[in-house]
Design a protein around this ligand. Structure first.
Ligand SMILES: Cc1ncc(COP(=O)(O)O)c(C=O)c1O
Length: 452
């Protein structure tokens, strides 16, 4: 049996404490040098005490009774949890022997964080990488990809032009030495989030409110993160899973396909790996509310203080979120109101990355609004966090609503060569459960085939 690069199994990503003690210790020491390959063993949601990185938002900020619990992706190696699907897709390819070290160059179609994850993982696992992404994303993203040694292949546009990156990847893949880590299509992304993120979410709410999850909100880019909802529902069958979309690009809600400012989400499609059977609601958030909300959380200490947020709470939150994290939080607040949740109920959501990759977005906000001083921010705070409305939420539980999502998926994927029969097989939960069960097969092979 040939050897594959050294890295964790799915179960070790969920339970890093199950790693061999020496490896676990080495991985923790490696955190000071991000390009140390031992950081592969830091691909998990946990801190050094084995607790999920999370924050419960102050109610003075959210203005709802329910607890809004945010899991924090910025602590993953490379600065976002997207490194998890990048690693999982690469390691499954290694195990399946479809990706051979020294032979294959890795393609990462992305609007940023997945590309950063691919560049990072390929650096650690010694593969050449090309990241295919739109040419108008935040500057911080390109800098990081270059720093990790990957090449960039830029297509025109922004977040909502991700389809062009897929078309470009489709062309490049004709080269037999190229292998694509296709996050929108390949199920390791689903497996990582269902197992690692989903079960970490179940742990994250222990001791908060009633210890259950009443609602999970996640704005899909690839819809990988949304897959955590499948496992959350197994633990808490009452949980509502909500896909958040930018108001300006409401593809799942009504086929909307506009440009928007929330990097990482709203990619004008129903992705192939999106299990729409478990999407209970679709909810829209205005893109500039997410950007202005980020400004308040990052720079609006005065305004937050007036609302009752303490200095310590402000400092603790300041660097934790990017624009899509704020979007997920605003979606969580909307849903807490819509579902009339109480103080024992938890709404869980995700901040994919932290503030470090968005200073340029706030500079742009400053240029657009000219004035972002306290009295302006006070008005924004009231509009965004206090008077949050429950408009633009649609119930997708009825069959005829699900049908809309199936049809959207057909429109998006038949053209890439997937058959109607394959798409039809995704209409049954068995398809998703069978795919999920493959983690055991992959974990066994990873353990057998890895070399130190
Ligand atoms: C900043 C950010 N937020 C949210 C997402 C969406 O995550 P997912 O692709 O798992 O749906 C991404 C995906 O790249 C992202 O980069």
């Amino acid at each position: 049996m040939s050897k594959i690069p050294f890295g964790p199994t799915y179960d070790e990503m969920l339970h890093p404490e199950k790693l061999e003690k020496a490896i676990h210790e080495k991985a923790i020491k490696a955190k000071i040098n991000e390009l140390d390959p031992m950081n592969l063993f830091n691909i998990n949601w946990k801190n050094e005490n084995g607790e999920v990185h999370k924050i419960v938002l102050p109610k003075a900020l959210t203005n709802v009774d329910a607890n809004i619990v945010v899991m924090l992706g910025k602590y993953f190696p490379s600065g976002s949890h997207k490194v998890g699907p990048a690693y999982s897709t690469l390691i499954e390819g290694c195990v399946d022997q479809t990706i051979i070290p020294g032979k294959h160059t890795i393609l990462g179609p992305s609007t940023g964080n997945f590309g950063i994850g691919v560049a990072y993982i390929c650096n650690l696992m010694k593969y050449d990488a090309i990241v295919i992404m739109p040419d108008n994303m935040s500057k911080e993203r390109y800098d990081r990809i270059r720093r990790y040694g990957a090449k960039l292949d830029l297509t025109p546009g922004t977040e909502s032009d991700v389809i062009l990156t897929l078309e470009r990847t489709f062309e490049l893949k004709k080269n037999p030495n190229y292998r694509s880590l296709a996050q929108f299509e390949l199920l390791p992304n689903y497996r990582f989030h269902r197992h690692v993120t989903g079960l970490s979410a179940v742990e994250a709410v222990k001791g908060i409110g009633n210890g259950r999850i009443a609602c999970y909100t996640s704005a899909p880019g690839s819809a990988g993160t949304l897959a955590a909802g499948d496992q959350i529902k197994k633990a808490f069958p009452e949980a509502k899973v909500v896909a958040i979309e930018p108001y300006e690009c409401s593809t799942l809600m009504n086929g909307g396909r506009g440009q928007h400012r929330i990097e990482g989400i709203g990619d004008k499609m129903c992705t192939l790996i999106h299990n729409v059977l478990n999407t209970d609601f679709v909810c829209l958030v205005k893109d500039d509310d997410a950007v202005r909300g980020l400004k308040i959380l990052h720079d609006g200490e005065h305004v937050l203080k007036e609302a009752g947020v303490t200095h310590e709470q402000y400092v603790a939150m300041r660097e934790l979120f990017g624009v899509s994290g704020i979007c997920n939080i605003l979606g969580a607040i909307k849903m807490a109101k819509y579902l009339k949740l109480g103080p024992l109920d938890n709404v869980l959501t995700i901040a994919t990355d932290g503030f470090d990759r968005y200073p340029s977005v706030l500079e742009d906000l400053q240029r657009r609004y000219l004035e972002t001083v306290d009295f302006v921010q006070r008005r924004w705070f009231k509009e965004i966090f206090v008077e949050t409305d429950t408009c633009h939420i649609l119930d997708y539980r009825p069959d005829f609503m699900k049908e809309k999502l199936f049809k959207q998926k057909e429109m998006d994927w038949l053209k890439f060569g997937y058959t109607q029969a394959y798409l039809d097989s995704m209409r049954k939960m068995d398809f998703w459960d069978d795919e999920y069960e493959k983690i055991h097969h992959y974990d066994e092979l990873i353990r057998k085939m890895r070399v130190e």
